[in-house]
Every structure is written in C-alpha cells, then in structure tokens.
Design a protein around this ligand. Sequence first.
Ligand SMILES: Nc1ncnc2c1ncn2[C@@H]1O[C@H](COP(=O)(O)OP(=O)(O)OP(=O)(O)O)[C@@H](O)[C@H]1O
Ligand SMILES: [Mg+2]
Length: 272
Amino acid sequence: MAREKIIELQGVSKRYGFGDAASYALKDFDLEVKRGEFIMIMGPSGCGKTTLLNVIGLLDKASSGIYLLNGRPAGRLSTRKKAKYRSSKIGFIFQNFNLIPTLNILDNVTLPLVYCGYSRLKRERQGDEILERFHLQKKEYYLPSQLSGGQQQRAAIARSLIANPEIILADEPTGNLDSRSAHIVMEELKSIHEEGNTIIMVTHNPSLTTYATRVINMLDGHIDTDIKTVADRDLPQPISVHIKHRKKSTPKTKKEPKLLRSDAEFLKKEQK
Ligand SMILES: Nc1ncnc2c1ncn2[C@@H]1O[C@H](COP(=O)(O)OP(=O)(O)OP(=O)(O)O)[C@@H](O)[C@H]1O
Ligand SMILES: [Mg+2]
C-alpha cells in the first residue's frame, strides 16, 4: 500500500531582501514526507533548517514554490484554517520555550486543550497523565520560575504534545537539556512516532539520528544528502490511540499522583 504523502514541497524558495541584497534561506527546495516518517534535519548554522520548519508549520510563507499539506495547497488555506492546523494538527517544539509565567505548570501544559474546547476536568486528567510521562507530576502546581531550565523545557514539550498532533516539528528540542532530560524527551518522541505520527526534528547531535527513519543534511538552503534508514512499508501505521484513549487501556491508580500534591493550592482546588 502506498504511503500517504502528508507534506510536499515543490521548488520552494524563501528569499530575504531584494535585488543585489537578496539572499535565500531556502532555494528550490523539494521534499516529500510520508505519514509515519521520523526525519532528522542536520546541517551547519544558517543553512535554513529553522526556516524550513517555519514554512512547514505555517508560521512563515514561502516566497515561491508549492507547498501541499495533506495534499492541499497550504497557500490557499484561510487564516482561520491555518490557525486551526497550528493548534490541533501540528505540534511545535522550539528551543526557547515560552511558558506563561503567571500560570502553573498544569495550566500551561493543558492550555492547547482550552482551544480544543475540553472541560476543566478532562484537561486536568490529560495534564496529569502527560506530566507523569515527563516526570513532572510533582511540579503541577509550581510556577515556571520555580522549575529548573530542563524541567521548564520538558513542560513546554509536554504542552506541544498534549493535543496529540499528527505532525511534530521540533527545533533542537534537546539542545539545552542534560542527558537524562534529553533521554526522557527522545523516548517520548519515539513512542509518539511509534503511534504513527510524523516527526521532523532539527538536531546538531549525530548520535540522535538512531531514532530517525530518515536523515537529511542541508547545505545553503538545499538538501545535500537524504538517506532513508527505514523503508516506507516498514514505517509505523497510524493508529487512532489518543492520550485519552490510552488512559482507558491502562487504568492505573488514578488517585495516586494526588497524594504527591500536598501544596495548599491543590487542597483549595479539592475543596471547591
Ligand atoms: N528575518 C530574516 N531576515 C533576513 N534573513 C533571515 C531572516 N531569518 C533568517 N534569515 C537568514 O536565513 C538563513 C537561514 O536561517 P535559519 O534560521 O533557517 O538557519 P538554521 O539552519 O536554523 O541555523 P541554526 O542552526 O543557527 O539555527 C540565515 O542566513 C539567516 O541569516
Ligand atoms: Mg535554527
């Protein structure tokens, strides 16, 4: 069975400046991404990796060329449709994590579910689970400033993944992390990939390419080398197991993490 193309770039260029001052962050870039690929993008600083993720994630517009997202020209998507894609189908993991300083970790992480229209109870349940997976269950009611840099980044990554996006775009997600945190993040991305989701990740760390099904090296706005390590037919099949459904299949002691939350804020909430 032919694999579905989820992303297709045909002759995409991104130009900055005009005339003699014009420079290209992407030049005549062609790329086909099949559902279920885990692509690692490597290449020297300034070769266009972030620009590529921004174009794919609809945060930036190509200067020329064609971009098909799920077979539809992205250039013709309305602003509303683009916003919908970005909030529910595409998960971004950036290096500079922007947690909201006045919200606790649980509220920060579950914020995307507000836009999906989930009830508070449902959001908290999903938040509990994802924070447990990122080893942050004890920090739910802390403010971002009370967490270490690595913990904040893990929380930001949990937030990117909570709405179960089918495309994950990650720009050096482990760049500033210690090896233990990096391992937690990579194992989480691995399990998300095994569920059939598509991941495109920029990294400078060659040892992480063992997680990838394809490694692309970029140079000056184009693809230098492109190597698939897993054949299309062996890519994970999409399964519609969402975080919320997984919960049902592993009915762990739901109340257990609550014992860990002894802070006043939690008790206040319980009394409501
Ligand atoms: N807003 C902008 N205006 C002008 N030039 C820009 C702009 N944004 C990016 N560029 C240029 O586009 C090129 C590609 O930038 P990009 O951020 O995509 O590189 P990168 O591969 O992600 O690099 P790094 O590994 O350092 O993050 C660079 O030469 C950069 O200077
Ligand atoms: Mg970059």
